[in-house]
Write a protein that binds this ligand. Structure first.
Ligand SMILES: [Zn+2]
Length: 488
């Protein structure tokens, strides 16, 4: 058995990757080397951790959900899926060659469409800024009016107003009111679109059995952006806006891809230009299964890797948190509605922004270095929403695991690497060598296996389990792809 095979088998232990791989896979260029298919397995059924169904190549539904929910706020780089096989109507047809294949689970999606949002600082002149402020406020007033219309119409007639009805009304409003006629229609329409999206999200969540909040009226500081859709032209670090003309922006990195949408956004520290581009399909996954890592996200250390390395927790929150608290106290002392309170409020917002930026920077750098070093990164599928309510809330927020995983997914997608969320159940209790169950309390830091005598750091043991589950999972996905190899 060669070196790599030995390493993999040692890491896989009782649930060997070879168990879930067809023979052909072992001779595949993606193969991890010559496996020892015999050996002493415990004969346990290979457990395939599938939180959101089987993980096909390049993403599946739970990947999609994670990426689309709130991604815009957290991580400017994000991806949307494109279901290539949608028009085929059958799960058993290949999305490329339309040939019939029987899949063990849902069909694979070969690639996904990569959508990235570039965010550039916008540098409007004083006069241009004044216009932008006016436009945002017009959009806000329109948004509130449209919301009011939808509400009253529903109360009176028992049915809602559609976006199309409201767009028609917009034409009338612009014909009658010169203050609206001077704002481009596309800008105002973006406010109606935003309301429509809010409604759709509301009904989607109602349908899903959640209890969402009804779309709200927006106060002055709750409405900060508008879209230019296709009306904006970008050339020589300038964005050409209808009725304003060219506005400079700081193009600190080159813009790539085909622009889909352009937004102007006002933030605490100035104006920003958000350009959503289509980068085409993600590169095919070409990974070496032996070059995998499992990461156990924790509170003591930010993460422990399956090779024993630890990434320590930066805890930015703590230092900056004091400054934030101080500024919040100052703000609380100021009289409501006064100018000094408004100034204090800006300082509070800046402190929040500082913490947010530090966190994002850390997440991106850590994710990048992991994706550079490893081909397959597995992590525990976390239910952060539930955890944040508990007593550990502050630290978990600090650690920003969710954001980190989001960064990891998008970096990996660009690099043709794999990130896998595995079932977190029992990763701490299970022995990474023999698979035996070793119960331990929260405070017990070492894993001491009575069955095989393995002694390891608790988190390191968990990371090894996570790595193995990820490998088993990937092997399955690869063997699925193998079934389709004839046509790709
Ligand atoms: Zn053991």
């Amino acid at each position: 058995m060669s070196g790599i095979g030995a390493v993999v088998n040692a890491a896989v232990g009782h649930e060997r990757v070879a168990d879930v791989l067809p023979e052909t896979f072992l001779r595949d260029p993606f193969s991890v080397g010559d496996f020892d298919t015999g050996g002493e397995g415990r004969g346990r059924q290979a457990m395939v951790p599938t939180p959101g169904g089987d993980l096909p190549f390049g993403g599946d539904d739970h990947f999609v959900n994670r990426v689309t929910s709130g991604a815009f706020k957290l991580e400017p780089t994000f991806y949307e899926p494109r279901t290539i096989h949608a028009d085929l109507g059958s799960q058993n047809h290949c999305c490329r060659c339309k040939g019939y294949q029987r899949f063990p689970s849902r069909p694979e999606r070969h690639t996904i469409q990569m959508i990235r949002t570039y965010r550039y600082p916008l540098r409007p002149t004083k006069a241009q800024e004044a216009v932008l402020i006016t436009w945002i406020d017009r959009c806000r007033v329109l948004y509130n009016a449209a919301l009011e219309e939808r509400r009253t119409h529903y109360k009176r007639f028992g049915k809602g107003v559609t976006r199309y009805d409201q767009q028609k009304s917009l034409t009338i409003i612009r014909a009658e009111d010169p203050s609206y006629a001077e704002v481009p229609a596309v800008v105002l329409r973006s406010a109606l679109d935003r309301l429509d999206k809010a409604y759709k999200a509301f009904f989607r969540r109602v349908k899903a059995g959640e209890t969402p909040g009804y779309p709200r009226f927006k106060g002055k500081d709750r409405f900060d952006s508008f879209a230019l859709m296709g009306s904006a032209k970008i050339k020589n670090s300038k964005v050409h806006i209808l009725k304003i003309g060219p506005v400079k922006f700081h193009e600190y990195r080159p813009l790539k891809g085909k622009p889909l949408d352009v937004r102007i956004k006002r933030e605490t520290n100035g104006w920003f230009l958000l350009i959503q581009v289509d980068l085409g399909e993600s590169p095919p996954k070409n990974v070496d299964l032996s070059n995998s890592v499992g990461i156990d996200l924790g509170l003591k250390e930010f993460a422990v890797l399956s090779n024993g390395e630890a990434i320590s927790n930066p805890r930015f929150g703590r230092g900056a948190q004091e400054e934030l608290a101080k500024r919040q106290r100052v703000m609380a002392r100021r009289k409501r509605g006064s100018r000094s309170r408004a100034r204090a409020k800006v300082l509070v917002a800046k402190a929040h922004l500082h913490i947010k930026n530090q966190r994002l920077d850390f997440c991106r750098k850590t994710a990048k270095s992991l994706v550079d070093r490893f081909d397959v990164v597995s992590h525990e599928e976390l239910q952060i929403k539930n955890m944040v309510r508990g007593t550990l809330a502050r630290s978990i927020n600090d650690a920003a695991w969710g954001q980190f995983i989001q960064c990891l997914v998008s970096k990996a997608e660009e690099a043709g690497k794999l990130v896998i969320g595995v079932d977190p159940r029992g990763t701490t209790q299970e022995c990474s060598r023999c698979g035996g169950k070793v119960s331990k309390g929260l405070s017990q830091r070492t894993h001491d296996c009575p069955h095989c005598g393995l002694t390891l750091d608790r988190d390191h043991n968990a990371a090894l389990n996570i790595q193995r589950r990820g490998q088993v999972h990937t092997a399955k996905a690869f063997s699925n792809r193998q079934a389709m190899a004839g046509c790709t």
